[in-house]
Design a protein around this ligand. Structure first.
Ligand code: F6R
Length: 605
């Protein structure tokens, strides 16, 4: 949801800003802009549409400056337009904002009474004028006073023409990270924007204001009291945020999955002893909890649904899985005997954060599964299992999903170990299968060209049904979501057993039905579902386990996957649904990595 970036130093700021925005474009891409201080004025450059439009404008105008701020927008207040694009300005003050100001209409009325004129429909322009109205001769003081007058969420970067040697940053409920280097400093919504310049970061905390100069970073709270913020070294290889020869980030990220799984489980088990080594979870005494609430949004919610199977099967703890935006508004039963598990790739999803805070306020233990170090969710959790997927740039989640699922499996085994619902031999047997998984995923990825060919036959169908059972039912949901997101084809995911209760009415010769039929204890039931679809002329696409001879009698679109225990078949089936969605979108010539209307990180409710 919007990306912001700021720079002060001796490089040419517009170049650094554009470079940073390029890495943040996954957060929003309907307009973009930068503001730089140029002697005694601020020059603002804005353009509608993708960042390339702004880049072209700057290539032509060639602005030069050592200090500036930049923004890539995902519209909330006001449609994508030149006027609504950031930065917004007020008499020598410019700012960029990520978040939503809830009381902007009240503030706007007051400012209008004082004579301020508004050129945009945004909540952000209101903050620019508010800061100006509070400005005497110190931009830090003006921001400090203003942030107390605004309600909502914000990450702000502010510059003033009168003080060209500093940038003021402020954060409340929206992420903001400072990058530190020699004689220059940076700020951005997310680390990938800055990782090619530095590996030293300060993660601003809730209600922090910071002053950034070329040679210093000073942090305060909203009362103006200095705060100590630790400088952390982050080891992300900058190449991880590049396409590395792939056509799209999504394609690269699909292919990175075996590596991401290895990185996520590395050092967390002893195969020899049949033991899980999750030191980071030591503060969670699982025996204390009578129930688990898993809460997340979108794809992370689908991972949570798989996690329910694992935790109930191995650790014998009842699990409820909720969509965060629902959980937070119903009369949820939460108490000290509830373990709340937040799953979030970004760690910044507004609804998941709100649900987590609600559970915390009721005394639940808070555990999170997250891919972004320093983000809000792990910071506010009692313990975190970090996935090591690396930066995920494609808006449609792929490697973040499978690493969340493996994290949930490791978690379930750890709980089983602590509760002694599995013995070490049983744990070793499952770990032995997990260790073989990345190789099987590599095998599944070899189906890429086969699936690419299939995609050509399916790109023109208006609607799809995805069916799965048991642990693969969430993969059917995920398959439908992937297809919708990036190819704009309508798709629904269903538990296969539910088909007869409604969706079967949709099936005719124009309805492709993707059915997960890999080996499982419900295989015979799924085979019956395939026959039911065929009996109604539906087109079946099916995943099966190598050696299967039944399903090819019903369809030419039979995708054969390496044999795996049912709990691990989800990883192989995930690769197939991801590749199918990817190739259909690519065949249609759509913007795979930045599908319309979406943003990677949903930091507003
Ligand atoms: C879909 C997708 C989204 C996210 C959802 C939650 O491909 O990426 O559905 O899964 O917005 O995001 P996180 O995991 O960052 O909380």
């Amino acid at each position: 949801m919007c990306g912001i970036v700021a720079y002060i130093g001796s490089k040419n700021a517009p170049n650094v800003l554009i470079d940073g925005l390029t890495k943040l474009e996954y957060r929003g891409y309907d307009s973009a802009g930068i503001a730089v201080i140029n002697k005694d004025k601020i020059d603002v450059y804005r353009s509608v549409g993708k960042l390339i439009n702004l880049k072209n404008m700057l290539d032509e105008k060639k602005p030069v400056s050592n200090i500036g701020i930049g923004h890539t927008r995902w519209a909330t207040h006001g449609k994508p337009s030149y006027e609504n694009a950031h930065p917004h300005s007020s008499f020598g003050i410019s700012l960029v904002h990520n978040g939503i100001i809830e009381n902007y209409l009240d503030i706007k009325r007051n400012l209008a009474d004082k004579g301020y004129k508004f050129e945009s429909e945004t909540d952000t322009e209101v903050i620019a004028h508010l800061i100006h109205s509070n400005y005497k001769d110190d931009i830090f003081e003006a921001v400090k006073v203003s942030v107390k007058q605004i309600k909502g969420s914000f990450a702000l970067a502010v510059i003033s023409v009168n003080e060209p040697d500093k940038i003021i940053l402020a954060r409340h409920d929206s992420p903001l990270v400072i990058g530190i280097s020699d004689g220059e400093n940076f700020a951005a919504s997310d680390i990938p924007a800055l990782i090619s310049y530095t590996n030293k970061f300060i993660f601003l905390e809730e209600n922090d204001i910071a002053i950034l100069t070329k040679n210093s970073v000073t942090c305060y709270d909203f009362e103006g009291k200095k705060t100590d913020r630790e400088v952390k070294i982050v080891d992300i290889n900058p190449v991880m945020a590049e396409k590395a020869g792939y056509r799209h980030f999504m394609q690269k990220e699909i292919f990175e999955q075996p590596r991401a799984i290895i990185d996520t489980i590395r050092g967390k088990y002893s195969l020899e002893n049949g033991e899980l080594l999750l030191d980071e979870l030591k503060s969670i005494d699982i025996k204390k909890y009578r129930r688990v609430n898993i809460v997340a949004c979108g794809t992370s919610w689908h991972a949570g649904l798989v996690g329910k199977f694992y935790i109930e099967k191995f650790a014998k703890i009842p699990v409820e899985v909720d969509i965060a935006s629902e959980y937070r508004y119903r009369d949820t039963i939460i108490d000290e005997e509830t373990l709340f598990i937040a799953i979030s790739q970004s760690g910044e999803t507004a609804d998941t954060i709100a649900a987590m805070r609600l559970a915390k306020s009721r005394g639940a233990g808070i555990l999170s599964i997250c891919n972004v170090i320093g983000s809000t969710i792990p910071r506010e959790s009692d313990a975190t299992f970090f996935t090591h997927a690396g930066p995920e740039i494609g808006v449609a989640s792929t490697k973040a999903f499978t690493t969340q699922v493996i994290a949930l499996l490791m978690l379930a085994l750890y709980f089983a170990q602590e509760k002694q619902t599995l013995n070490h031999v049983e744990i070793r047997n499952i770990l032995t299968e997990i260790v073989k998984l990345p190789e099987k995923m590599e095998e599944a990825l070899k189906l890429d060209s086969h699936i690419e060919e299939m995609a050509k036959d399916f790109k023109s169908f208006p609607s799809f049904l995805y069916l799965g059972r048991n642990v693969n039912y969430p993969i059917a949901l995920e398959g439908a979501l992937k297809l919708k997101e990036i190819s704009y084809i309508h798709a629904e995911g269903y538990p296969a057993g539910e088909m007869k209760h409604g969706p079967i009415a949709l099936i005719d010769k124009n309805m492709p039905v993707f059915i997960i039929a890999t080996d499982s204890k419900v295989y015979d039931k799924v085979l019956a579902n395939i026959q039911e679809v065929k009996a109604r002329d539906g087109i079946v696409i099916a995943t099966v386990t190598e050696g299967n001879k039944d399903v090819e009698k019903f369809t030419e679109y039979c995708i054969k996957l390496p044999a795996a225990v049912e709990e691990l078949s989800v990883f192989l089936n995930s690769i197939v649904i991801q590749l199918l969605a990817y190739h259909i979108s690519a065949e249609l010539g759509l913007d795979v990595d930045q599908p319309r209307n979406l943003a990677k990180s949903v930091t507003v409710e």
